[in-house]
Structure formats: C-alpha cells, structure tokens
Write a protein that binds this ligand. Structure first.
Ligand code: SAM
Length: 220
C-alpha cells in the first residue's frame, strides 16, 4: 500500500494551481473582489471549485442543490459547468453576503438557472420533499452549518436520484477530528457523521483530502 502522499505544503499547493487551475475569468474576479470580506475562508478554494465543476460535467448534472451559498463562489462555479436549461437551487440563511457575489452571476449569464432561496437549509429541503422533488437531484453540495450535517445528508439522500451524487464539505474539519481532547460539539458531530457514512450501505463513498476534506456519496 502506498503511504507516500505528497504533503500539501503552501508551496506545493501553489505549484498544483500553477499547472492545473483553469478558473474562469468571472469566477476569478468574484474571488478577488471578495478576498477582504469577513469570513472569506468559508469560500471554497479555486481548485476545489474546479473539482466540483468537473464532477458536475462528469455526471452531466442538470438539477443541482447547494446548502450554503455564502457569497456565491461555489454556486457560480457549478452554474458555469451546467447546461443552460439546468437548475441550481442554492440556499442561504442570510442575504447579508449575497450582494457581494450576485452581480457576477448576472455577468456570467447564469442568473436564470440559479434559484436562490434565503431560508434555513433543512426547511428548503423539507419544502422540496413536500413538492414531490424526491429522487430528482443529480448533484447536491452540502457546505453549511456542520451541526445540521446529519439532517442535510438524510434529506439529500431522499432528494438525490438513484446514482446521484452528494458532496459534503469540511469533513476533515482542519484536523481537529484526530485531537482526542477536542470534544466540542461541532467536532463530535462531524466525527459521528463520518463514522455513520462509513457504514452507510445506501451509498458508495469516497473521502478525499481536497481542501478541508470532501466526502462523495453516490446514492445506490
Ligand atoms: C462555508 S459557507 C458556504 C461557502 C460557499 N459554498 C462557497 O464556497 O462559496 C457556509 C454558509 O452556510 C450558511 N448557513 C449557516 N447556517 C445555515 C442554515 N441553517 N441554512 C442555510 N445556510 C446556512 C452560512 O451563512 C454561510 O454563508
């Protein structure tokens, strides 16, 4: 078994970007114009956005759901990879951050395929289920408050079509998971969540060390 993963130092990550990043100009400008915004580290890294967009292309996703819009970087990355007649529902608890990114959605010409819902993610998912949209999503990206990950995941499993992909972000929680002294409730929630997914036979899974950890779960 190979146990020689390259340590992803900042310099190696710069190299990785220099030989692989193909960030669309409008996405780069969104990122650069928001780089001093509060909590900007909530935004996924550009190579992570490129990977999510790659998955959208790979799966031919037309119906996408995102939990956690923030300033709309990941939403734009996904929308740019979707067909013109696709639909991306993205939900966010507060409108506070939206004006920083939304103009770039318009500029990119993807505003029409993005359905932004300002409401708690669980509520949006419950409404979609009540609207008979179970088994209809090709791709679901979960990237909001960690305490609700178990709830988002269970609903995502109902909303995804068989064969649909659920991507869950921050599953390595900046390494806090392996610190036995860290018993904060968010850390414990993610620990338990990862363990549950490991044994969940309803999905095939792959946990990747992309950015802060990304689990891909494909509904069987
Ligand atoms: C990590 S950020 C999302 C980043 C975004 N996906 C990106 O890469 O550009 C998480 C977002 O989830 C939002 N959020 C927190 N609790 C939420 C909830 N209950 N329902 C919906 N969104 C929530 C936060 O306001 C925050 O903007």
């Amino acid at each position: 078994m190979s146990d020689r993963a390259a340590p992803l130092t900042p310099s190696l990550n710069d190299y990785l970007r220099s030989v692989s990043l193909r960030e669309p100009d409008v996405l780069r400008r969104l990122r650069e114009s928001t780089k001093n915004a509060p909590n900007v580290d909530w935004q996924i890294a550009p190579e992570h956005g490129q990977f999510i967009a790659f998955l959208i292309e790979l799966t031919g996703a037309r119906r996408v759901l995102e939990i956690g819009t923030f300033m709309g970087y990941s939403a734009l990355a996904m929308a740019l990879a979707m067909p013109q007649d696709g639909e991306l529902i993205t939900c966010e608890l507060t409108r506070q951050f939206i004006p920083l990114g939304e103009p770039f959605w318009e500029e990119a010409g993807v505003q029409d395929i993005i359905d932004l819902r300002i409401a708690p993610g669980l509520q949006v998912q419950d409404q979609l289920l009540a609207d008979n949209q179970a088994n209809s999503f090709d791709f679901i990206f979960i990237d909001a408050d960690k305490q609700n990950y178990p709830g988002y995941y269970e609903r995502a499993l109902k909303l995804a079509r068989p064969g649909g992909l659920i991507a869950i972000d921050n599953v390595l929680w900046r390494g806090r998971l392996i610190d036995p002294n860290n018993t904060k409730s968010t850390t414990e929630t993610i620990r338990k969540f990862n363990k549950t997914l490991h044994g969940d036979s309803r999905v095939s899974i792959s946990m990747l060390a992309v950015d802060d950890g990304l689990t891909l779960a494909r509904k069987r």
